[in-house]
Design a binder for this molecule. Structure first.
Ligand SMILES: Cc1cc2nc3c(=O)[nH]c(=O)nc-3n(C[C@H](O)[C@H](O)[C@H](O)COP(=O)(O)O)c2cc1C
Length: 351
């Protein structure tokens, strides 16, 4: 059924097909048998992950289809990016498929329904039978906000209690000035304020805070982020967001569209960043590897490169939801072939 739906959806413009998918998943209950095996389970950041495969931010921006994502077998789901005020994002068209490259370019610009509305979805969810599942809340800043840092503090205050972990997104390329928050001076101020806010609020003070970073950072910038994260006990790093770089070997007609590139062409670059960060942090901070994962083999490579967990988005668009069980099945085989008893033993083995 998924394969024929995918074929039809692929005939439509990408953003329309995404909206249809979300509306369908909102109301449709999926029942399918998923692969579960304790070889994939880990206790990390105070949370029990049944498997390491997460849905990356941007697919469920408004926290509307988390139940469907868990039905497909994801071990955790990240919703958002959520900004304090609702916003429409950049002008359309702003999502492009690069079919031949198995990639996407987007310049959405944090289109989302804003904290007030999305909070209601999260409250409803927390009251449901899925309350024990791991849902990360990815927060950002509004395009026109005068005090960007304050937007993150509002996100933590309003949504922290409803999250399993909070992701501070300072790496989307489609909001002017956002990525500058990754630079040393700015990052130090941001992190201190964020941790201060978290620690002040009962019910939130134990929530893990993760920072999501760009694949377009240089060595010095990565070193700064590693040192600041270690010094401030940041709970985790997510590497990476989409890239503004364009490799010469892209072949699709849409390769020069403006925006962040995701999918297969991002795999190697995001792996390089992952390996460097694993080294720079001496494996002391849990890393979530994202970028171009479309198979169990890719997932295994990310974990060997230093990731404790992984996330994906673009390959879900090209392969459909059966992908999650296929990845899990292949991953279990790869772990067993190499003689490991649990996935945690694989982390960083090739660094
Ligand atoms: C259409 C689209 C929208 C995205 N929106 C967000 C977002 O709102 N916040 C965010 O942190 N990342 C966002 N991302 C980035 C993904 O979470 C992920 O980091 C990136 O796509 C690389 O993973 P992939 O190659 O598996 O897609 C978006 C990606 C895509 C393709």
């Amino acid at each position: 059924m998924y394969n024929s739906s995918l074929k039809i959806l692929r005939l439509l413009p990408p953003e329309l097909s995404h909206t249809i998918t979300i509306n369908f998943l909102k109301y449709f209950k999926i029942r399918q048998k998923n692969i579960e095996d304790s070889i994939l389970s880990q206790h990390l950041m105070g949370l029990d992950f049944t498997n390491p495969i997460g849905l990356a931010a941007g697919f469920d921006k408004n926290a509307e289809v988390m139940h469907s994502m868990f039905s497909f077998g994801f071990g955790f789901v990240e919703v958002g990016t959520i900004t304090p005020e609702p916003q429409n994002g950049n002008i359309k068209p702003r999502v492009f498929r690069l079919n031949e490259d198995k990639a996407i370019i987007n310049s959405l610009g944090f289109n989302n329904k804003g904290i007030k509305k999305i909070k209601k979805n999260l409250i409803k969810y927390r009251k449901s039978y899925l309350n024990n599942k791991i849902v990360g809340v990815n927060i950002g800043k509004n395009k026109n906000s005068i005090n960007g840092i304050n937007d993150f503090l509002v996100g933590i205050e309003e949504l922290g209690d409803l999250s399993s972990y909070i992701t501070v997104n300072i790496s989307s390329p489609n909001t002017i000035g956002l990525r500058d928050l990754q630079l040393r001076g700015n990052l130090e101020i941001l992190i201190k304020k964020i941790l201060n806010k978290r620690d002040q609020i009962k019910n939130i003070n134990s929530k893990p805070i993760l920072i999501k970073i760009s694949p377009d950072l240089n060595e010095d910038q990565l070193r700064d982020i590693a040192l600041i994260s270690l010094a401030n006990n940041i709970d985790g790093l997510i590497l990476t967001n989409t890239t503004l770089k364009r490799e010469k070997n892209l072949i699709s007609i849409n390769k020069d569209k403006i925006g962040g590139l995701s999918g297969k062409p991002l795999f190697d670059n995001s792996n390089v960043i992952l390996k460097k960060m694993f080294e720079l942090t001496n494996g002391q901070i849990p890393l979530i590897g994202v970028g171009g994962i479309s198979s169990g083999k890719d997932c295994y490579e990310k974990i060997k490169s230093g990731a404790s967990l992984i996330q994906l988005y673009t390959s879900l668009v090209y392969s459909g939801p059966n992908l999650i069980n296929n990845i899990k099945s292949d991953l279990i085989d790869l772990i067993k072939i190499d003689g490991y008893k649990n996935i945690s033993e694989v982390i960083g083995k090739s660094v």
